[in-house]
Design a binder for this molecule. Sequence first.
Ligand code: 5AD
Ligand code: SF4
Length: 440
Amino acid sequence: MKYYVRTYGCQMNVADSDEMSRLLDARGLGPTDDPEVASIYLMNTCTVRQHAEDRAFSEVGRLKRWKAASPDRKLVITGCAAERTREFLEDRFPHVDLVVGAKSIGDFGPIVDRLLERQPTDLGLDYAAGAMGDRVSAFVTVMRGCNYSCTYCIVPYVRGRESYRPMDEILDEVGMRVEEGTRDFTLLGQTVNSYHRNGGRGRHTDFAALLEAVAGVPGVGRIRFISPHPYYMTDRVIDAMASIPAVCEGLHLPVQSGSNSVLRAMLRNYTREQYVELVARLRDAMPRLVLSTDLIVGFPGESDADFEKTLSLVEDVGFDWAFVFKYSPRQGTPAAGLPSWPDDIVEARHRECLERVERIAIGNRSRFVGTTQEVLIEDGGFGRTRGNYKVRVDGDLPAGELVDVVITNAERATLEGMMKNTSCDATTPDRSSNCPKAFG
Ligand code: 5AD
Ligand code: SF4
């Protein structure tokens, strides 16, 4: 029996889909890329903006035909939109078999057991569930939920309050992934750097300690994390980032706006000046830091002058890249009741902000041309730098290979480069030569 997974939204959802897939694998099901051969269609939804939710709902509607083709097929809707709109989904789409909200993903195993028990047994179980972990890069969830109340954001409502995974559980998962071939780890959480645990005998674990512990797992080559909140980017965390060789010099640090009055209305608990000062400390500690961010344009009350401040922040900080989002009112959040800007104003701001971000990004990328970057090959001719730029290399190496690459072109978001490993024996990786390297 096969299952098909469709994931909308953020990396947290991708990680949740992976976790649910593993649970299905453990029950003897096998993954497929073709919904037509699948008996279970798992759709993991996002609700952070209306657009994401609309796309998921229209897919649920279209799946009426998929479901009708065989009564044994099961349509399972999970994730954040499922949490927010359970009743609507059940009423509006009777062909949906199971709705599992984001807060219940931890119980997916027993929930799906109940669904599978209702399955006729003649579908033919496929026990050859392949190992999923043949990937060089993996996401590991370290915390869930969010204790903030940013006034635009639905996440705290659909994912609940923060909870932190025990450190030994995280380290076990990292160790398991290393055995499967993973070298590059991204620690995940809605406010990932708020991670802490109160250990026994007064021992307190914070995010810096977690970074150190993950780096200590033999075989871990690279560590990143998303998404941190500026508030928890403490000196301890900055020091850990700078001093632990495995922690990469790439940071995605959402700022949302460059205007203090908008930041205040968003309840972001920092000012533009504090953010800029934080970036200065980060760059002092890591001069080669690649910095990216999230920006929202068209927030209620965002005046032309406020918007200009976001544009000037993009210039002042010199972000290497950014996601720019049009504000989308989410029902039940404090900002949803505030007057919205007309679409054309939001559109225009979005376009202008994207242009500004792109102009700065191209300028920043050009600094890489002619430099040598350590690239981790992910997929044939593609890999990533430590700063998280995707690079197309002039050859086809096995995933997991670490090579020095001279960047030859940085006009596009995916850089181009030439490998320096021209004449060597790839079976004896050696850090001192230009051969493919091993993680030290
Ligand atoms: N409208 C637009 N963008 C939003 N984000 C979160 N909520 C909204 C919303 N209501 C953006 C923020 C956040 C990213 C994950 O999504 O920029 O950092
Ligand atoms: Fe949403 Fe703010 Fe929490 Fe991020 S910190 S998930 S933007 S409420």
